[in-house]
Structure formats: structure tokens, C-alpha cells
Design a protein around this ligand. Structure first.
Ligand code: UD1
Length: 422
């Protein structure tokens, strides 16, 4: 199993190109199931979850091409589907496989997708996805660990008024994809407003869908009988950009991030500025972060977009260990998302956890040791902590980081980090 070895204490300086957003590319790939035509995506990050989703689509009969040039492009064609089924072997490694349920039932009238297993950061059920599909007229059944969704008579879903009790990102995406091929109108209320939803809607509109209101809490979709192929460029990864902003600030360095979308990072930038980080826009899609000033504590509460992203919470905690004063971090989206704290404590951080609240007293000198990555963003936070720790940190189970960060050690090494994979 791969490990990352990081020798801390060096300021990061240089330029980092931000990759495409994994969380936008995954639903875009699932959307390719909605048409028999070619769907060409660009700015797709080469990360493990994308490979897993590619395998899943290929398993269903789609042709998946990964051309060498340009290196971020992928082409999908689901001319015919040989089985509207997502097997456990593929779903268990990636919860986002559930994103195939909506498009499959919309296109084939029937779908069978394995239930995702437990997840380190909480129970993460899919009940909201299923309830919403029922509201669109699907019949839902469960057997042998699989969820089965069937449209009336195996034909098209009728569509309907869908209300989410709780805001769910992939739930909204699933229903959006089911709705575009429904017979009638679907109105999605209490929809997620993340930029990844808008990016998916933009792709679906290019494919011929009729969607209004993406990026707001109410999305209206008029179903179409058929969608066609399209070309689409995936939006930049706001979480990767946020992670590198923290890397620049925490190491007292100076990083220029290119190909990013500062407009998707408003809450993260505001919070980092509150801690004293100097962040400026330097032209379209470009951000510069400079360290230098003493970092000061700030409180953070995770929220749905446009609030502070839960996917940036662990990285913010790493920063808080280096900030003067007491930072309170409240996690409202997931019930068990402080697994990184115990590893940071082993590195010397002063953190106490009380339910969904973490209190970080700083600054504390961190020292390198052996730590274990527990999930994707937790591993990123341990990399950040290791970058400022004295001596060497060995991060185990880095497959978590490979699920969502493209060539992280190459990108960090290019701006001066002493990091290697063993
Ligand atoms: C997506 C992101 C993930 C991010 C999360 C929250 C992708 C592939 N993943 O995950 O990186 O951390 O949004 O911004 O885009 N819930 C239920 N029942 C459901 C669905 C969700 O109870 O059927 C709960 C979850 O347990 C969680 C909350 O709702 O507490 C929000 O989860 P959700 O927005 O669905 O997260 P994902 O879409 O899985």
C-alpha cells in the first residue's frame, strides 16, 4: 500500500494548475448514459474515482475512451446498454456510483444498483434519492443488497413534484438526470445549489434538456423524449484550489493558482482572509495566496453551498493548529467527520472534540510521525499538517487521497515541498 513521506518546514512557492472538479466530472460521466450519442468531456481529472466511474460505465456497455491528447479529455458512448446494473464490486469503492441510478431508470425504464456500503465519515444513506425517485413515479424495491427502480410499465418516468427533506448534492444530480427524459415536468424543491449541479445542468442543456433554475433551490425540468451528444468542459475543482490556498498560507509561502474559479470559493477565501491569509485575484481564473502575516484563529461552521464546504473542514483544521487563539469548527453536514483530529493530536495539535464541534487551540508546533488517512479530505489535511511539521511524517493509506487529488505529490514537489511516494 502506498505511503507519502513528507519532510515539513519549507514554504511553498510557485504556480499550481488546478484540475477539473472530480465532483462535477462524476455526474457528467453518468449523464453520458442518457444518450446513445457521443459525450466528450474535457478537464476531467485523472483520479481514482474517475477511473472507477469509467469502469462502471464500461461494465454497462458504454464505450469509454481516454485519449492521450489532450490528457484531460474523456469520450463516452452508451449506444446500447447491455445491463442497467451497477454491481457491488464497483459501487463499494465509490459511493458516487449511485449517480447511475437516475440516468439508468430514465433511459432503460429499469435500473438495479448495489447499495453503497458504510463510509468512514458517517452513515450516508441514499433514502433521499429513493424517496425523490418515488415522487417522480418510480417503483422502488430492495433485494439482496440492491436497490431496484422501475418506471411504470418499464417505460418513461412520469415526472412530478420532488421535495428534498434535506439538501443532498448527489441526490439532486440523480433526480435532475432522471427528470430530463421523463414524460412530463419535474419540479425539484430544496435542491442543492453547488456549482457542480449547475455544471451538470449546463451539460444536460447542451444535450438537449430543458432545465431552468439550476444553482437555485427550485429547479424545473421539462422532460424530453431523447437527448443527443455534446462536448463539455468540466469546471475547476474548488476543493483542490481551497486545499492549495491553505497550503500557501500555512507554510508561509507564495502560491499562484491558475485555472481555478474564484467565484466558487467566496466563503473559503473570506474565512482564510479572516485568519490573516493574503489572497488576491490576479486575472481571470487566477488566485495568489501569500503567507507572512501571523495567522489568527477563526470559527467555522460547515454549510451547504454557498456556505463553507464540509470538504474544506479538515484542511481548515490543519490551518487552525497554526493560528494564534481558539478556533471552533462546527460540522453540520456529516456526523463523524473529525477522524483527522486524532492524527493531528498525535502530531502535537491541541484539539478537543465534543460531538459535532471541534475546538482547536493554537499555535502549536507539530512534529512528524506515522499517521493514517481515514478519508479523502482527511488525508489532504494530514498532508497540510505534515508540510509544517518538524521532521518526517509518513502518511499511510494514501489511496484515499488518490481518489480525489490529481498527482498531489507532483504538484506539491513542483512548488518546493519535500514529498515522495513509497
Ligand atoms: C457530495 C460530495 C461530497 C460532499 C457532500 C457534501 C460528490 C460525489 N460528493 O456527497 O464530496 O462532502 O456532497 O457537500 O459530489 N443524506 C441522507 N440521505 C440521502 C442522501 C444524503 O441522509 O439519501 C445525508 C448525508 O448523510 C449527509 C447529508 O445528507 O449527512 C448531505 O449529503 P449529500 O449532499 O448527499 O452528500 P453526497 O452527495 O453523498
Amino acid at each position: 500500500m502506498d505511503k507519502l513521506l513528507i519532510e515539513g518546514g519549507r514554504p511553498l512557492e510557485g504556480t499550481v494548475r488546478i484540475s477539473g472538479a472530480k465532483n462535477a466530472a462524476l455526474p457528467a460521466m453518468a449523464a453520458a448514459l442518457l444518450t446513445s450519442d457521443r459525450v466528450e468531456l474535457d478537464n476531467v481529472p485523472r483520479v481514482r474515482d474517475i477511473i472507477t466511474m469509467g469502469r462502471l460505465l464500461a461494465h454497462m456497455g458504454a464505450v469509454v475512451e481516454t485519449p492521450e491528447i489532450p490528457p484531460t479529455s474523456m469520450i463516452f458512448q452508451a449506444e446500447t446498454l447491455n445491463g442497467a446494473e451497477a454491481p457491488y464490486e464497483l459501487v463499494k469503492t465509490m459511493r458516487a456510483s449511485i449517480l447511475t441510478l437516475g440516468p439508468l431508470v430514465a433511459r432503460c425504464g429499469h435500473a438495479r444498483v448495489s447499495l453503497p456500503g458504510g463510509c468512514a465519515i458517517g452513515a450516508r444513506p441514499v433514502d433521499l434519492h429513493l424517496k425523490a425517485l418515488e415522487q417522480m413515479g418510480a417503483v422502488i424495491g430492495m433485494s439482496h443488497g440492491y436497490v431496484e427502480a422501475t418506471a411504470p410499465g418499464g417505460g418513461r418516468l412520469p415526472g412530478g413534484r420532488v421535495y428534498f427533506d434535506k439538501i443532498t448534492v448527489t441526490g439532486t444530480e440523480n433526480i435532475l438526470m432522471a427528470a430530463v427524459l421523463a414524460k412530463g415536468e419535474t419540479i425539484i424543491e430544496n435542491a442543492a445549489r453547488e456549482p457542480e449541479i449547475t455544471d451538470l445542468a449546463d451539460l444536460l442543456i447542451k444535450m438537449g434538456a430543458d432545465i431552468q433554475g439550476s444553482g437555485t433551490s427550485t429547479i424545473r425540468v421539462q422532460g424530453k423524449e431523447k437527448l443527443h451528444g455534446a462536448k463539455h468542459t468540466i469546471i475547476p475543482d474548488r476543493i483542490e484550489a481551497g486545499t492549495f490556498l491553505v497550503a500557501g498560507a500555512i507554510t508561509n509561502g507564495q502560491l499562484k493558482l491558475t485555472d481555478c474559479a474564484p467565484e466558487h470559493l467566496t466563503s473559503v477565501i473570506a474565512k482564510l482572509r479572516e485568519t490573516g491569509a493574503d489572497i488576491r485575484e490576479a486575472g481571470p481564473g487566477t488566485l495568489v495566496v501569500r503567507g507572512g502575516k501571523k495567522l489568527v484563529a477563526a470559527d467555522v461552521c460547515t454549510e451547504e453551498y454557498p456556505g463553507f464546504a464540509t470538504d474544506m473542514q479538515a484542511q481548515f483544521m490543519a490551518l487552525a493548529t497554526q493560528a494564534e487563539g481558539t478556533s471552533t469548527i462546527t460540522e453540520t453536514i456529516f456526523e463523524n467527520r473529525f477522524l483527522h483530529a486524532s492524527e493531528m493530536i498525535r502530531m502535537g495539535a491541541n484539539i478537543s472534540i465534543d460531538g459535532r464541534r471541534a475546538v482547536v487551540h493554537g499555535p502549536t508546533a507539530l512534529s512528524g510521525t506515522n499517521v493514517i488517512a481515514s478519508d479523502l479530505r482527511a488525508s489532504a489535511s494530514l498532508v497540510l499538517a505534515a508540510l509544517v511539521a518538524q521532521g518526517e511524517t509518513v502518511i499511510d493509506r494514501v489511496y484515499h487521497i488518490d481518489r480525489g487529488y490529481e498527482r498531489i505529490e507532483e504538484k506539491l514537489a513542483a512548488v518546493g515541498a519535500r514529498i515522495r511516494r513509497v
